[in-house]
Design a protein around this ligand. Structure first.
Ligand code: GAP
Length: 439
C-alpha cells in the first residue's frame, strides 16, 4: 500500500499567497518590479525565521555540552575556496538552447528545452556558482573575494582557534547559522532554492574509526528534530545518495527529504566529509589542523560529520506542513497548525471592545505577557474575524478581555487547534502558558 499522503495540488500557491498577504515573505525590491528569486521576510516571517533558527541553536548548542557556536565572516579570500575545492568543482554544467537561446542546467532538462522543445544545444560548459567580488579599491588577484556558498568553511578555518580556546576534544562540534550565496541557474519554488539563503550547519569532529557511528547518529537526530517540531512522519523520509552522486568532499551523504507539493526533495543533508576539509586547509595554509590525543599518545586528523540544513528552506517546509483548511461552526477556516515554538506570535491579546474601560486592563495583560512571549495585539473587527486572522498565521492562543474581566480579573483563553475556551485568572496567565508550552 502506498503510504504517501495525497497533497492539495494548489498547496504551494495557497502558502505563497498567505505568506505575502499576511506579511511572512515579500518579493524583494517589489516596487521596482521585483528582484528575481530574492525574498524579504516581513513582520511575521522574520519572527518565524528567528524561531526556526532559535530552535536549531537550542537543540544543537544550548542543550549540549559537546557543541559550541561560531559566527564567521560571509566574505572570504580566494585561498579559502581554492583549498575547499569550490573554485574548481562548485560548478553546474550549462547549455544554451540554439533555437530560443534560453540557458539551462544540462542535468535538469532531459535533453529537451523546457521552453521550446528543441534538442539542439551548445556543448556544456562549467559555470561556477560562487558570487565573485572585490575587496578594496584595487582590482587584481590579491583583492578577489567570494561570498561564501556554504557556512561550513568558516568553521574549518577556525578549527584550531576553537580547539585552543575551548579545550574541546573529539567528539565535539562547531555550529553556525548564517547567510550563504549561490548563483543558482534555476532558482525555483518560492524560497526553496534562492540565490541568497540562510543555512544552519554543524561540523562534528570525530575519531576516524567512529565516523560511521556518528554519521548514523546525526541522520536520526536531525530527522527527529523536524518530527519534534511538528512535521508529520508521512511527509519526511531519509534518502541515501548513490556513490556516483556524492559531492567532491563526501564519503557518504543522506538527505532528510520532505514531501513538497512538487514531490520528494531535499530539506537537509547529512554528510560524512572524512578528513577532506581539515587536510585541504592544512595543506594550503601550512597550519597543522589535527588533534593530539594525549591519553592514546596519538595524533590524527578528525573526520567530520556535517548536518547541513537550510533555515529558509525549513521555514517553507514548516509552513507547508502546517497549512490546513478545516471547518469551524459551519465555516471553512485556514489554520496554520504551527508548533508553539515556531509560530510568529505565541499569544494574541484581543480586547472584546474598543471601549476605553477595557483599555487599561488589556494593556496590563499585554505588558505581563510580552516579556515572556511574542504577542500580537488587535482591537479591530469582530472577535470571530480576529480569531480567524490569528488562526491563519498560526497563533496558538488568543486571550480575550471582556467586560466581565473588570469584575473577576480573569480572561478567556482560546486554543487555535481545538477552538475550546477556558477562563484563566490574569494573575495565573503567564504560568498557564508556560505550562502549556512545556506539556
Ligand atoms: N555544507 C554543505 C552544504 O552546503 P548543501 O546540501 O549544498 O550542503 C545544505 O546545502 C542545505 O542548505 C540544503 O539541504 C538546503 O536546505 C540549503 N540550501 C542549499 N542551497 C540552497 C538554495 N539555493 N536556496 C535555499 N536553501 C539552500
Amino acid at each position: 500500500m502506498d503510504a504517501t499522503p495525497e497533497l492539495d495540488p494548489d498547496l504551494l500557491d495557497k502558502v505563497v499567497n498567505l505568506a505575502k498577504r499576511r506579511g511572512f515573505v515579500f518579493q524583494s525590491a517589489e516596487i521596482y518590479g521585483g528582484f528575481r528569486s530574492t525574498y524579504d521576510y516581513g513582520p511575521l516571517g522574520v519572527n518565524m525565521l528567528r524561531n526556526v533558527k532559535n530552535a536549531w541553536w537550542r537543540s544543537m548548542v544550548q542543550t549540549r555540552h559537546d557543541i559550541v557556536g561560531l559566527d564567521a565572516a560571509i566574505m572570504g579570500p580566494s585561498a579559502v575556496w581554492a583549498a575547499s575545492g569550490h573554485l574548481e568543482t562548485f560548478t553546474d554544467p550549462l547549455v544554451d538552447c540554439l533555437v530560443c537561446k534560453e540557458r539551462w542546467r544540462e542535468d535538469k532538462i532531459d535533453g529537451v528545452c523546457p521552453n521550446c522543445g528543441s534538442t539542439n544545444f551548445t556543448s556544456p560548459r562549467a559555470f561556477n556558482l560562487m558570487f565573485k567580488t572585490q575587496a578594496g579599491p584595487v582590482e587584481g588577484e590579491g583583492s578577489t573575494a567570494y561570498l561564501r556558498p556554504e557556512t561550513a568553511q568558516g568553521i574549518f578555518t577556525n578549527f584550531a582557534n576553537v580547539l585552543s580556546t575551548t579545550r574541546k576534544k573529539p567528539p565535539f562540534g562547531i555550529a553556525q547559522i548564517g547567510k550563504s550565496f549561490r548563483n543558482e541557474i534555476t532558482p525555483q519554488n518560492f524560497v526553496f532554492r534562492t540565490r541568497e539563503f540562510e543555512q544552519m550547519e554543524m561540523e562534528y569532529f570525530v575519531r576516524p574509526d567512529s565516523a560511521d557511528e556518528w554519521y548514523r547518529y546525526w541522520i536520526d537526530a536531525r530527522f527527529n528534530w523536524y518530527l519534534d517540531l511538528g512535521i508529520p512522519e508521512a511527509l519526511l523520509r531519509k534518502h541515501e545518495h548513490a556513490k556516483e552522486d556524492l559531492s567532491h568532499y563526501s564519503k557518504g551523504t543522506t538527505d532528510v527529504e520532505f514531501l513538497y507539493p512538487w514531490g520528494w526533495d531535499e530539506l537537509e543533508g547529512v554528510a560524512n566529509r572524512g578528513d577532506y576539509d581539515l587536510s585541504q586547509h592544512s595543506k594550503f595554509s601550512g597550519v597543522a589542523l589535527d588533534y593530539f590525543d594525549q591519553a592514546a599518545n596519538e595524533r590524527y586528523t578528525p573526520y567530520v560529520i556535517e548536518p547541513a540544513a537550510g533555515a529558509t528552506r525549513a521555514l517553507l517546509a514548516f509552513l507547508l506542513a502546517a497549512y490546513h483548511e478545516d471547518e469551524v461552526e459551519g465555516e471553512t477556516r485556514t489554520v496554520l497548525r504551527l508548533d508553539w515554538r515556531l509560530a510568529p506570535y505565541q499569544v494574541a491579546v484581543l480586547p472584546l471592545s474598543k471601549k476605553p474601560e477595557l483599555e487599561g486592563v488589556s494593556t496590563e495583560v499585554l505588558n505581563s505577557l510580552q516579556p515572556h512571549f511574542m504577542c500580537d495585539y488587535d482591537v479591530t473587527q469582530s472577535i470571530g474575524k480576529r480569531y480567524r486572522r490569528q488562526d491563519e498565521v498560526g497563533t496558538p492562543y488568543c486571550v480575550t478581555i471582556d467586560f466581565e474581566t473588570l469584575n473577576d480579573r480573569a480572561v478567556t483563553v482560546r486554543d487555535r487547534d481545538t477552538t475550546t475556551q477556558v477562563r484563566v485568572p490574569i494573575a495565573d496567565l503567564t504560568h498557564h502558558f508556560w505550562n502549556l508550552s512545556t506539556s
